[in-house]
Design a binder for this molecule. Structure first.
Ligand SMILES: Cc1cc2nc3c(=O)[nH]c(=O)nc-3n(C[C@H](O)[C@H](O)[C@H](O)COP(=O)(O)OP(=O)(O)OC[C@H]3O[C@@H](n4cnc5c(N)ncnc54)[C@H](O)[C@@H]3O)c2cc1C
Length: 414
């Protein structure tokens, strides 16, 4: 795909070939736009191929916090959008026949403290009343039907969430975008963006590692890998490392004991663990073991930390071999919310804070509709998008060790 010369002129240049960019490219191309996806590495190289494959409802922030930030009406629209994101993924998977083990297995949040569990009942009540959505609170005495671990104080299930193989999903999304007519250029890093006219129209002159092209509009979907090519956006995002180990293939009886309903599971801490069985019956166990983005050192250290964490949760896995470890970078906005809209004249959708599989797909689609001239309902467009407090950030996350220590402290006291 990288050998073809770059197109000279397109309607929309999409930066980044992850869920966000490819979903937008698919929708735009289906609507007849000439689209070039510019990817610095390869299709799905960023977080989209490396994540836990949890297709989750809700947002990173809890519902009470959301209501306090945005009020009831806007939070209702956000929550409804978060439910629609799962349908959006399911529909694309069906329509494009993407073989990615998509399954509505539901998610389970587990409480690390009694007070976290006490809060589940309050949350479930608010979600039922305000958003007409049912969450099921599971007391400790019934938790063994959901998870083969007895370290938790109870859980909360959302049956609507799903699981998928993310690498297969992003590859399928790329095939679908290409089938719809989009061009994907791998190994094409965007280096400069300049507002410039061309053949009588205003647009963007885009300098890449493989030459220059001109686009009427630019859509940025670079998430945790956002760079100095889009400096205003980079200053609003904190890149945070997340890491995953997977075990060898487990005997069927053991796998069934660990996760009898095959849920997507995560715990109630800030410095959380998330885990699930893979379709080939490995335990996939992830967490923000180190806050810094992935490199040889953070991946190696994370493997040890995550293995210890996994054995704390599941002592049954003490003698099981860990066969794979990897890491990736996700993006946090300073308010831990997804954001979409226009900045410096460019369209963007970012800030998924570890809840990106479904939301990135959805935002790609919604932003494509906006670029194409529709007025789609998107409650994440136009909400305040804060910069760093006191402007103390230029895209170099020097404060990550302090942030990591702060979250560990919060987990200790709250
Ligand atoms: C280890 C890990 C586990 C996760 N688990 C889950 C999970 O279970 N559930 C969930 O919902 N979310 C999860 N996430 C988050 C989720 O993966 C992301 O939110 C989502 O993939 C973001 O997709 P994206 O397309 O916006 O960005 P990405 O997939 O990160 O893609 C961005 C792309 O932009 C490219 N790029 C950057 N700069 C340039 C440039 N200048 N020129 C050209 N290309 C450029 C990069 O090369 C990259 O390929 C996880 C993330 C990680 C790292």
């Amino acid at each position: 795909m990288e050998d073809r010369p770059l197109s000279e002129r397109v309607d929309v240049a999409v930066i980044g070939a992850g869920f966000t960019g490819l979903s937008a490219a698919r929708t735009l191309a289906k609507r007849g736009a000439k689209v070039a996806v510019l990817e610095a590495e390869t299709i799905g190289w960023g977080a989209s191929s490396r994540n836990g494959g949890m297709v989750l409802t809700g947002m990173k922030l809890g519902v009470n916090k959301l209501i306090s930030m945005y009020g009831r009406e806007l939070t209702q629209r956000m929550y409804a959008a978060s439910l629609a994101t799962i349908d959006c993924v399911e529909q694309i998977v069906r329509e494009e026949a993407i073989d990615c083990d998509f399954s509505r297995s539901g998610h389970l949040e587990v409480a690390c403290k009694q007070k976290h569990f006490n809060d589940y009942a309050r949350q479930a009540e608010v979600v039922a009343r305000e958003f007409n959505h049912q969450l099921r609170v599971v007391p400790k005495s019934e938790l063994s039907a959901e998870i083969g671990s007895n370290i938790y104080y109870g859980g909360m299930v959302d049956e609507v969430s799903a699981g998928a193989n993310p690498a297969r999903y992003v590859a399928g999304l790329a095939r679908a975008a290409i089938k719809a007519g989009a061009e994907v250029f791998e190994h094409t890093r965007v280096e400069t963006l300049q507002r410039e006219s061309y053949q009588g129209g205003m647009g963007w002159k885009i300098g890449t590692s493989r030459g220059t092209l001109w686009a009427r509009e630019v859509f940025v979907g670079t998430s945790g890998y956002t760079s100095k090519a889009t400096p205003a956006l980079q200053k609003k995002l904190i890149p945070i490392g997340s890491f995953i180990i997977t075990t060898e293939i487990l005997p069927e009886a053991l796998a069934c004991q660990l996760s009898p309903r095959n849920r997507m599971i995560y715990d109630s801490k800030n410095f959380l663990y998330y885990y699930r069985l893979t379709p080939d019956r490995r335990m996939l166990f992830g967490g923000r073991a180190a806050f810094f983005p992935e490199n040889d050192q953070t991946v190696r250290r994370s493997a040890d930390i995550l293995r210890r964490g996994m054995i704390d949760v599941y002592p049954q896995l003490r003698d099981v071999k860990v066969e794979y470890v990897w890491g990736g970078t996700l993006d946090f906005a300073f308010d831990i919310m997804p954001h979409a809209g226009q900045l410096d004249g460019m369209y963007y959708a970012v800030g998924y804070a570890g809840h990106g599989v479904a939301m990135a797909t959805y935002q790609g689609q919604k932003m494509a509709d906006l670029i194409a001239g529709d007025k789609p309902d998107n409650p994440f467009v136009g909400i305040p998008f804060p910069a760093a407090p006191l402007g103390l950030y230029d895209g170099d996350p020097w404060f990550l060790p302090f942030a990591g220590a702060w979250y560990k402290f919060l987990d200790w006291v709250s």
